[in-house]
Design a protein. Sequence first.
Length: 166
Amino acid sequence: SLDDASDDTIEEGADDAEVAEFTVEFTDGDAEISRIDVSFDSGDTSDAWDVFDTVSLWVDGDKVAEKNADDEDDYQNDDMTLRFSGLDIVAMEDDELEIVVAASLQNNLDSGDLDTYTVTVESMRFFDADGVATTESNPANPDTASFTIEEAGADDELIVKTSSND
């Protein structure tokens, strides 16, 4: 399954902000996840490489993978999909494993890039206990996660008070 992160609004310039939570559970044996493809879509003309600096995967509070995401060549086939390979994430039988997708955003984004983005897990490759590889397309179907990027300091406020003692 794929769910929104606990805070679905993040500011430009944020570092390692959680953008999605991907939960995996295997039955009939342990498995080793070797590859996950994650895509980002804003629904308009925004290019992910103009917004993201890096995207990372976290398991149990530990960063297990990080990809540069600030160049068009970092993505699959001019798509908005990043491929994380060589992961070696072990999932135990009948235990839920939570993989957090986090992003570090660039500063000074164009106003058109301050948008809502949808996160999808496009595919996941894993090896079962017998070493058989399986690639699951869209494993969280139909689940997606979404988050909104807002201008840095959008929720900041300034409170000014005066007093007769001043």
